[in-house]
Design a protein around this ligand. Sequence first.
Ligand code: COA
Length: 440
Amino acid sequence: MTQQAKNADFVDWFRQSSPYIHAHRGRTFVLCFGGEAIAADAFPNLVHDIALLHGLGIRLILVHGARPQIEERLALRGAQMQLAEDGLRVTDDAALACVKDAAGAVRVELEALLSMGLANSPMAGARIRVASGNFVTARPLGVIDGVDYRHTGEVRRVDTTGLTQRLDAGAIALVPPLGYSPTGEVFNLAAADVATAVAEAIGADKLIFLSEHKVSGGRGKLPGSMIPSEVDRLLARRKSLPDELCRILRNAAAGCRAGIGRVHLVDRHTDGVLLGELFTRDGAGTLVTAEPYEHTRDAKIDDVGGILELIAPLEAAGVLVPRPREVLETEIDRFTVVERDGTVIGCAALYPFEKEATGELACVAVHPDYRNGGRGDALLAHMESRAKAGGLTSLFVLTTRTAHWFRERGFATASPDVLPGRRRDMYNWRRGAKVFVKPL
Ligand SMILES: CC(C)(COP(=O)(O)OP(=O)(O)OC[C@H]1O[C@@H](n2cnc3c(N)ncnc32)[C@H](O)[C@@H]1OP(=O)(O)O)[C@@H](O)C(=O)NCCC(=O)NCCS
């Protein structure tokens, strides 16, 4: 690849990620990872990405586990934790000593890595403050089905004021898998439960689980997006899912139901997975949202019915030029649709004129129930990148009633004479549509 091509690639990538940089600034994300991630050789890379997110103005709360570190300490004492239902563990006195010891050591390790100058990296010289503390109040899990869980606990309360103060002061907050009781006891908690409770209490914009297991992409894996009822069905159906993943999924569904907008599950083994998930349109893992997921994609032949239904009223009102079903079927490859929960709620078409390196944007429509939500903008952005990928250097549109919408998005009035010859011949002077052109 030539230097020029590399630069063009970089510029393209940077432009595509910049809307996310803008959208994430000032938002609060809770990030949960296990002790396995901390023990891994690649952990400094993850810390580096965390530092980068912090540098981009994201308010971060890190919740960590310490399972392997606890087990290591137990093994040294020749002890082990009793495993009960659902992957839950009984924390006896010996285990609690190991839990405290491991949590302390992990905290020091994390603080050290986040304090590193991260030389030879874009974060060189960054000064990151880490604040940890007694943010979580816990109570004992108690006795369930005859099993006394001893020092294993559950979250009772989160000190949101304390956390918010640390975040407001520009620090990254660090929350261990421990909770304290008003009676001065310490309880061993599951990191995923702590992360969800913290995210709910603080009203986080995102809760992100870095899973030990592969999450999406490929056979037998989770779909790219799910809603809580789909998570419930999956948990009921797939009994063979690892305990850790079940706990994360249960938390994801519960968190969404409790009002966390977006819960992400990503595979922590993939280098750069956080950046891929947060700064690219399609993400890198599984997204659990309370709202049915919506996405913009190339149209398929099965979408013809949905598109016809969407544009029929606009054709009847003279806003769009009528397109019979047969035409739509042959031209379906030219269309992009916005699908929401299986229904087409938006569409647009691109007719390229390769010789003139331009393309016509047509049939731009968003269902009236879903207007003013930025979908028109998203469709336009999608069509522009589709046009650029096809080597086009401009887009034009013919419109009778939507002139201002296009003008506000960088299109400028032009005479019908600028249209490619073939299109000019087809221009319907009676309709009197105005021509607008946007250079790409
Ligand atoms: C144009 C259209 C696709 C925009 O979809 P959308 O999802 O509502 O778009 P966005 O949310 O990105 O933009 C909404 C903004 O566009 C404005 N807008 C919508 N229709 C407009 C029009 N005809 N002229 C000028 N501005 C318009 C809205 O007022 C809103 O701006 P505001 O928030 O400043 O008030 C949609 O209104 C539509 O389907 N219209 C009918 C079909 C049509 O005219 N297509 C173009 C034919 S070529």
